[in-house]
Design a protein around this ligand. Structure first.
Ligand SMILES: Cc1cc2nc3c(=O)[nH]c(=O)nc-3n(C[C@H](O)[C@H](O)[C@H](O)COP(=O)(O)O)c2cc1C
Length: 307
């Protein structure tokens, strides 16, 4: 299922939506990417307020659709719907620490506390679809319960084809450095995740026995990073075209009003660390008119490029 040394783009709620995935693919067309997590309840009920419930993946190539939930039957139904929508594989979220998912829904990271239910969910999903199934999990619930190896064995026994391991516990959330245990004698390939930012980091993971690496936050404001790490793209010179294209894709997908407010965070990431970026963000946050925003983008990157 996964060739050795594969690099993946991580699922990130509120970020790795269809417009962002299109941006990443401009620089790394064949990259395996994972969607934002999709609630099995919201998907099977086709909730209208969640656009991603209606995504079509047929034109997206190597894409894993990530689902979360705690009900095996609904998870299986959701997986079938995503298979029909063209997903290349299904990823099951077993690591999300946010209370809405892990505590109230008993899903995501909570499944690290209930390996029996985790196994039932994997089994139901694997039996429902013909495409491969993976899990994405963490080292464990907290420092006293780092039982990821057990969960990986359960995943493999129930037919998962690979697993992504985020090198933190649920208790750690996203704080502190990720630690990546050495991989030995695992029944399925393991992809490393957590604080991976460069080709050197990827190489280090491969030396530790991982079959590949997944990058998340390193892609914020840098959709070209995968192309760079793979050695097939450079940092773009023409940032005005890149940033404007992203904005246009967001408008096509969400409509102007929602896109403009959602795009502000991307603009903050694109401009982070650049001269006058704080002023730029202040200005952008006050604008709602698309042509005025485009004008600011032109001025900011046009000027920066001339420095
Ligand atoms: C804003 C945000 C949203 C995330 N959304 C998801 C998600 O939908 N599904 C998931 O499995 N992990 C999600 N994650 C976790 C990331 O996929 C990844 O495991 C984590 O950020 C560690 O990798 P990194 O250090 O490369 O960012 C999210 C993380 C952040 C910061």
């Amino acid at each position: 299922m996964i060739p050795k040394n594969q690099i993946f783009a991580a699922p990130m709620a509120g970020i790795s939506d269809k417009p962002f995935r299109t941006m990443v693919r401009m620089f790394a067309p064949d990259l395996p990417m994972v969607t934002e997590m999709i609630s099995c309840h919201s998907l099977t009920m086709q909730h209208k307020n969640c656009l991603r419930n209606f995504d079509n993946y047929a034109d997206e190539g190597n894409i894993g659709a990530q689902i979360f939930g705690a009900a095996p039957r609904l998870m299986a139904d959701a997986a079938m719907m995503l298979q029909d929508a063209g997903a290349a594989w299904i990823d099951i979220n077993m690591g999300c620490p946010v209370p809405k998912v892990a505590t109230r829904a008993g899903a995501g990271a909570f499944l690290m506390r209930n390996h029996k239910l985790a196994g039932e969910i994997i089994n139901a999903v694997v039996r429902a679809v013909q495409i491969p199934v993976s899990i994405k999990t963490r080292l464990g619930w907290d420092d006293s319960h780092k039982d990821w190896q057990n969960l990986i064995h359960i995943a493999a026994d129930n037919g998962a084809k690979f697993a992504v391991l985020h090198g933190r516990t649920r208790a750690a959330g996203y704080v502190g450095s990720a630690t990546h245990p050495e991989i030995k004698d695992m029944p399925i390939p393991i992809i490393a995740n957590g604080d991976i930012k460069s080709s050197l980091d990827v190489q280090n993971m491969l030396h530790l026995g991982y079959d590949g690496a997944m990058m998340g936050r390193a892609m914020l404001g840098r959709p070209w990073i995968f192309g760079r790490v793979l050695g097939i793209a450079n940092v773009p010179q023409d940032m005005v075209t890149v940033v404007t294209r992203h904005l246009e894709l967001m408008i096509e997908y969400y409509g102007e009003k929602t896109a403009v407010s959602m795009f502000r965070k991307h603009l903050a990431w694109y401009s982070a660390g650049m001269p006058n970026s704080a002023d730029f963000r202040t200005k952008i946050n006050q604008l709602t008119d698309v042509s005025a925003i485009k004008q600011e983008i032109l001025q900011f990157w046009g000027c920066v490029a001339n420095i």
